[in-house]
Design a protein around this ligand. Structure first.
Ligand SMILES: Nc1nc2c(c(=O)[nH]1)N[C@H]1C(S)=C(S)[C@@H](COP(=O)(O)O)O[C@H]1N2
Ligand SMILES: [Mo]
Length: 196
């Protein structure tokens, strides 16, 4: 596969760990995944219901705004479009906010993204990946167990919410956790959109 290093990035073989706050401890009893916002029918899915959705395997490059890029990690997960298929979107939904745990608050972290670029096979909510020996490993608690988002490589990795808890469907773009603090709304590594 051809390697494309975005400007200002360097390649790493390791998979660094980056987040704010505590590492979420999974509890299947209390875990749930919420589909809400501009939809006709809000949904609350149990872990079992989420894991029963169709799965895909994809290999993607990860680009962190702190300048490391990790090429070609293979993930298995549930495509964003499978969640979109469960709701009836109101007219003019063009953005999503992806929520995740931050210090015990299930909606404390969030990242905004345009919906259209997330409808392919390279936008998965992942639960396992292939390690350097090509063996499947569960995503570790530090990397977002039981479920985290991995964005297409046209977005910096902060858009990849770990310990995900839901998707809010939005008409207009809104700033998420890092975007509020001055990071880019669009976050394309190839255009080096780090800040706004
Ligand atoms: N819930 C949550 N998700 C998060 C973060 C966070 O602080 N909390 N940090 C983001 C940032 S800035 C990055 S670079 C990636 C890092 O993912 P990794 O630790 O698996 O490499 O997770 C993103 N997802
Ligand atoms: Mo990051």
């Amino acid at each position: 596969m051809e390697k494309k290093l975005p400007p200002g990035q360097f390649e790493t073989e390791s998979w660094p760990i980056l987040h704010q706050g505590d590492i979420y401890q999974f509890n299947e009893e209390t875990w749930n995944f919420r589909l809400f916002g501009h939809v006709e029918n809000e949904k609350n899915l149990s872990f079992h219901e989420v894991m029963s959705l169709p799965k895909k395997i994809t290999t993607v490059d990860m680009h962190c705004v702190t300048t490391w890029s990790k090429f070609g990690t293979t993930f298995e997960g549930i495509p964003m479009r499978e969640f979109v298929n469960l709701v009836q979107l109101n007219n003019d939904v063009n953005y999503v906010m992806l929520y995740g745990y931050y210090n015990g608050d299930p909606y404390g972290y969030c990242a905004n993204l345009p919906l259209q670029p997330l409808l392919g096979d390279d936008a998965l909510f992942v639960y396992r990946f292939k390690d350097e020996n090509h063996d499947w490993q569960d995503i570790s608690p530090k990397h977002g167990f039981p479920l985290r988002f991995i964005p297409p490589d046209s977005f910096y990795l902060w858009k990849g919410t770990k310990w995900v808890t839901g998707i809010r469907f939005m008409r207009d773009d809104e700033a998420g956790f890092w975007e509020e603090l001055g990071y880019s709304m669009t976050a394309n590594p190839f255009k080096e959109e780090r800040y706004r």
